[in-house]
Design a protein around this ligand. Structure first.
Ligand code: PMP
Length: 307
């Protein structure tokens, strides 16, 4: 388990980790009624600490709250106040290395029943060491018998804490079966995403990823990879439905995410992908993405917030 730093942001203040407490009667605890995001903070080549796509992470947090009708979050927070809170948190912990920040909006009203509008919401943020959830050298996936929760049940587009029970079921089953992660299909049987990362394949020199109606989380790194491929690498990108058998015969497959980075997928359901080793396009995207998220790509400076 990753190391968590001592000072956290809770409500409006920086407090010790042990003093940031949620009530056992809050909707956050009773129903998993919280939404969250995780963003990376890294040191760039100049030694500055930067947050990657902070404004997009805040926007996704707002949109997740909006989808769930957790309406008091937008009333209390603007991007400017969120950025200020992030800076306070990073300084309070004297961060000097690559970390992840998890920002969560909890519904903290007590015994509120199964509703969300007009309730008290509280922002928490904490910092932990950036330890990727998948190896950069390659992952082996198992298609899960657990299906991704459809948009008409619990929307994956909103990053809802309670919905992660679905990811836990799939990931634990994959680990129990000796794999590194699960591959989710959507309710129609199309390739969706991993337990906490998006998926891409390479076929006929094109980069292809499930479109956003496939019950997936609209990952910020998914978008970054698409932009990198189109704008910087001149690679054609398609967003469309993918069958599982199409993945089996893809030239390359990789996963993207804040905690996964770019992770090559070398095997799915005991079938080698391509020649079973990291593909050349995956390798290129992996190294460009690493450079990009560390704040060192001049073409993407608008994505960097100096903390
Ligand atoms: N899908 C799921 C289910 C996730 O939890 C994550 C991690 N946040 C992702 C995809 C990747 O999203 P991002 O690139 O924004 O980290």
């Amino acid at each position: 388990m990753a190391t968590m730093y001592k000072k956290v942001f809770f409500g409006k203040n920086i407090v010790d980790h042990k003093d940031a407490q949620l009530s056992i009667a809050s909707s956050a605890v009773l129903y998993g009624l919280s939404v969250y995001t995780v963003f990376p903070v890294s040191q760039n080549e100049k030694g500055e600490l930067i947050a990657f796509r902070l404004a997009d992470h805040f926007k996704r947090l707002l949109q997740s709250a909006h989808i769930l009708a957790i309406d008091t979050f937008a009333d209390q927070w603007t991007y400017e106040s969120f950025e200020k809170a992030t800076k306070r948190l990073i300084r309070a912990n004297a961060i000097k290395r690559d970390v992840y920040v998890r920002a969560t909006v909890h519904v903290t009203s007590e015994i509120a029943g199964t509703r969300s509008r007009g309730l008290v919401s509280t922002l928490s943020m904490f910092v932990y060491d950036a330890e990727p959830i998948l190896r950069a050298t390659g992952a082996r996936l198992k298609t899960s018998h657990w299906r991704r929760i459809p948009d008409f049940a619990i929307p994956s587009r909103a990053k809802v804490n309670g919905a992660y029970v679905n990811s836990v079921l799939a990931k634990q089953d994959a680990l129990d079966s000796g794999y590194d992660d699960a591959l989710f299909l959507d309710s129609l049987g199309h390739v969706c995403e991993l337990s906490a990362a998006n998926i891409f394949m390479v076929r006929h020199g094109k980069l292809i990823t499930p479109d956003t109606t496939t019950d997936l989380l609209e990952g910020i790194n998914r978008r970054t990879v698409i932009e990198l491929a189109k704008k910087e690498l001149g690679i054609e990108v398609e967003e469309r439905s993918i069958d599982i058998t199409e993945l089996y015969i893809a030239d390359e497959v990789f996963a993207s995410g804040t905690s996964a980075n770019i992770a090559p997928v070398l095997e799915i359901d005991k079938r080698a992908i391509g020649n079973g080793s990291i593909g050349s396009l995956t390798e290129l995207i992996q190294s460009r993405h690493r450079n990009l998220i560390h704040g060192n790509d001049a073409a993407f400076t608008s994505y960097y917030t100096i903390l």
